[in-house]
Write a protein that binds this ligand. Structure first.
Ligand code: SF4
Ligand code: SF4
Length: 125
């Protein structure tokens, strides 16, 4: 896959790095993995689970929004959809937009060092 750029960012992203990274952006410190209603519906259909069961197992309500749940492991927290053995996302094709848009998050425009420290795919421009 080609190197990706996005307007307003002083870095690019090399998706090839994900092959050797082992999913660092899906694990580590606890955080919010926002998921919207369309994304929830798509996941419910894919997982063939009822809405209540999905909400109970996979998401938590934060104010008016939902975040994917996390599971605790020795080194921190992992997204509920992260496969710790295969080191990949179990719902990659349906991952929320927050995951798809990483590392081009507004937050990293002013906090670039954070993403440089986390993601080995960052290419400085
Ligand atoms: S931290 Fe960066 S290189 Fe690693 S899986 Fe996430 S996007 Fe890919
Ligand atoms: S949904 Fe997939 S890509 Fe997004 S944080 Fe969870 S495991 Fe990672």
């Amino acid at each position: 896959m080609p190197i990706m750029k996005s307007s307003g960012y002083n870095f690019a992203f090399n998706p090839e790095a994900c092959k050797s990274c082992r999913g660092k952006c899906c694990i580590g410190d606890s955080g919010y993995i926002w998921v919207n209603s369309d994304e929830i519906v798509a996941l419910i259909e894919y997982l063939k689970i009822d809405e209540e069961g999905f909400k109970e197992k996979y998401i938590r309500k934060i104010g008016f929004r939902y975040s994917l749940k996390e599971v605790e492991y020795e080194g921190g927290f992992a997204c509920i959809f992260f496969d710790m053995e295969k080191r990949c996302c179990k719902v990659y094709h349906l991952r929320p937009n927050q995951c798809k848009s990483y590392p081009f998050w507004e937050h990293f425009k002013k906090n670039q060092q954070e993403v440089e420290d986390e993601c080995i795919g960052i290419v400085l421009l």
